[in-house]
Each structure stands twice: as structure tokens, then as C-alpha cells.
Design a protein around this ligand. Structure first.
Ligand SMILES: Cc1cc2nc3c(=O)[nH]c(=O)nc-3n(C[C@H](O)[C@H](O)[C@H](O)COP(=O)(O)O)c2cc1C
Length: 184
């Protein structure tokens, strides 16, 4: 069975809920490794969790997740990305499927920039980007509520994630898993 790695940072748990929903969506189609970036993975400003990087080495597909912080990915996610530069020089992650998800406090809180960053990170590694094939505002189930086709963008309403965002996360996980199977 292919492996989907869900690599994410979360402090207050919203991105983590999305990560779990992505994993749930892939259930039965791939094995899933949930890889949470922890604060103490970063020592003197450098990401030092070699095991997490090795999990991605083995994965067929990777979902990148971070809250949007100051209009981009969190510093903790960026520390992880910077630590992947050895892999970049060998293009060790080339041809893996990649997708991304983010959340913010505002409906248009520059989440697109975080997703754009994820897609550029994937391009740097020679990975194949997988967005959402759900037209915003057209889906009977309300998925892709914010109309973001590069990846999943969400925001909190009354301090909670709408169910439609969790359903979109599940769908993204399912899509990444199907692509991983097709690519294998
Ligand atoms: C330092 C900081 C910067 C933030 N910047 C943004 C932002 O640019 N846009 C936005 O919509 N929300 C922003 N937020 C809100 C977070 O994205 C939001 O609270 C998110 O749900 C946190 O994710 P988590 O629960 O996974 O930690 C910011 C929060 C913090 C703490």
C-alpha cells in the first residue's frame, strides 16, 4: 500500500484537526503517517527531527499543513522546509505527490500565500502538485467553501472549523491517496 505523510504544525489544534481529517480521507487507500512538527524539533533555530524527514523519504504522497501566520507558513513549518535542503540537492523527493492545507482567523487572511509557498516547496523538490478539483460555490456538499483550488484554505467561524472544511480536508486526503496509488 502507498504511504501518505501528513506533515503539519499546529499550536491551538485547528491545523491538527484538518490533518486528522486529511488522514481519515486517505483511510483504506494508503497507509498514513501523521507527522506533527513540534517546538522541540527545532534546536538553535534548526529543525533536527531526522526521523520525520526519513518518513517523507518513504512516502508516496505528502500533505503539507500549517496555520497561516503573518501571511505565510509558520516559522516552525519553514524550519522543517529549510531542513529538507539536503534532500533537495539530490532531488530525493522528486515525483512524490504533494498537496497542502492551511487555516487562519480571517476568511481572506492571506491563506493563499501559505498554499503558494507549499506548492513552490513541492516544485523545488520536483514533486507533483495536487490541488482540489472542487469548484468553489458549486459543490452540493459545500466543500471548498472559500473557492481555493490550489489547496485547502479554511478559517474559523465562532472559534470553530465548519464541517464543510473538515469534509474538504477528507476529500483532499482521498484525492492525494488516489494519486499516490496511480503514481506508484
Ligand atoms: C503569530 C500569528 C500570526 C497569525 N497570522 C494570521 C494571518 O496572517 N492570517 C490569518 O487569517 N490568521 C492569522 N493568525 C491566526 C491563526 O492562523 C489561527 O489562529 C489558526 O487557527 C491557528 O492554527 P492552529 O490552531 O493550528 O495553531 C495568526 C495567529 C498567530 C498566533
Amino acid at each position: 500500500m502507498p504511504l501518505l505523510a501528513v506533515v503539519y504544525f499546529s499550536i491551538s489544534g485547528t491545523t491538527e484537526k484538518l490533518a486528522h481529517a486529511v488522514a481519515h480521507g486517505a483511510d483504506g487507500l494508503t497507509e498514513v503517517a501523521l507527522c506533527r512538527i513540534a517546538g522541540d524539533d527545532i534546536v538553535s533555530g534548526r529543525f533536527q527531527n531526522g526521523r520525520l524527514l526519513e518518513t517523507i523519504d518513504r512516502a508516496d504522497a505528502v500533505a503539507f499543513g500549517s496555520p497561516t501566520y503573518m501571511g505565510g507558513p509558520s516559522a516552525q513549518f519553514k524550519a522543517f522546509a529549510d531542513a529538507s535542503s539536503d534532500r533537495w540537492s539530490e532531488q530525493r523527493w522528486a515525483d512524490k505527490i504533494a498537496g497542502g492545507f492551511t487555516t487562519g482567523a480571517c476568511p481572506s487572511g492571506d491563506q493563499l500565500h501559505t498554499l503558494t509557498y507549499f506548492s513552490i516547496l513541492a516544485a523545488q523538490h520536483g514533486m507533483l502538485w495536487c490541488g482540489l478539483d472542487v469548484p468553489g460555490g458549486e459543490d452540493p456538499g459545500g466543500r471548498n467553501r472559500l473557492g481555493s483550488q490550489l489547496g485547502l484554505a479554511t478559517h474559523l467561524i465562532d472559534d470553530a472549523l465548519p464541517q464543510s472544511d473538515l469534509s474538504t480536508a477528507e476529500y483532499l486526503g482521498q484525492r492525494l491517496a488516489k494519486m499516490a496509488g496511480r503514481n506508484g
